[in-house]
Design a binder for this molecule. Structure first.
Ligand code: AP5
Length: 217
């Protein structure tokens, strides 16, 4: 299956992607995670992305598209993938379509996580991420047993630089202006599936997997 996850910052894309991808045995490809990895490791790509990420702006399309093209060419992505955070605007969606045409495949479905803005601000301001295994936690909604330490691997938890209140507000504006138009783009393509992304994480995963079931081969 070739799936795109779409939704505002904090909708739970990363949280759901880790469970859905593992259930469907496909790789999760998160452009945000790849950028953060490169920033943490001081690579050339990280240096290009950091200034945009810190402000909550989109990294320029040519940088992002080249990175995704390389990632989709890897062996583990040939039988399917779950894209989290890409595409982020209509030009990226059009480019993705061309890339997949060249590979002789199509997107199976686009899953939209539907949740309101007040909730996403609450979710983002409490988010904590494991430095070692990238598992996502929440200080109030999904806390680890010992504050600041990942239950899964013992890694240190950190708060993302772009999870400051003013940057969160800007990311939401960027979402409304640049990313939300993808909803109509994919609705017109006939491959959009909306899932209510409120309530407990496990219930949302179950809802998403139920919505995807007709497409699983
Ligand atoms: P990216 O990492 O993609 O950030 P985002 O889209 O803003 O999404 P988030 O990761 O903030 O939220 P999420 O929906 O994954 O929520 P999560 O599951 O963590 O991008 C970061 C930056 O990289 C961009 O700003 C841009 O600069 C750059 N970038 C990335 N892709 C790009 C592209 N294609 N083009 C250009 N630039 C790009 O959940 C949030 C919190 O809520 C967590 O704490 C979680 O525990 C909690 N939570 C989740 N579900 C629930 C629930 N049901 N109930 C309660 N709490 C919950």
């Amino acid at each position: 299956m070739r799936i795109v996850l779409v939704g505002p910052p904090g909708a739970g894309k990363g949280t759901q992607a880790q469970f859905i991808a593992s259930q469907l045995a496909i790789p999760k490809i998160s452009t945000g995670d790849i950028f953060r990895y490169n920033v943490a490791n001081n690579t050339e790509l990280g240096a290009k992305a950091k200034e945009y990420m810190d402000k909550g702006d989109l990294v320029p399309d040519e940088v992002t598209v080249a990175m995704v093209r390389d990632r989709l060419a890897e062996d583990d992505a040939q039988e399917g993938f779950l894209l989290d955070g890409f595409p982020r605007n209509v030009p990226q969606a059009e480019t993705l379509k061309k890339m997949l045409d060249e590979m002789g495949v199509r997107l199976t479905v686009v899953l939209e996580l539907v949740v309101d803005e007040d909730e996403v601000v609450r979710r983002l301001s409490g988010r904590r991420t494991c430095r070692r295994c990238e598992r996502i936690w929440h200080a109030d909604y999904d806390p680890p047993e010992h504050a600041g330490i990942c239950d899964d691997c013992g890694g240190e938890l950190f708060q993302r630089d772009d999870d400051k209140e003013e940057v969160i507000r800007h990311r939401l504006e960027v979402y409304r202006e640049q990313t939300a138009p993808l909803i109509n783009f994919y609705a017109d393509e006939g491959i959009l599936l909306g899932v209510d992304a409120t309530g407990p994480v496990e219930e949302i995963t179950a809802r998403a997997l139920a919505a995807l079931r007709p497409y699983v081969r």
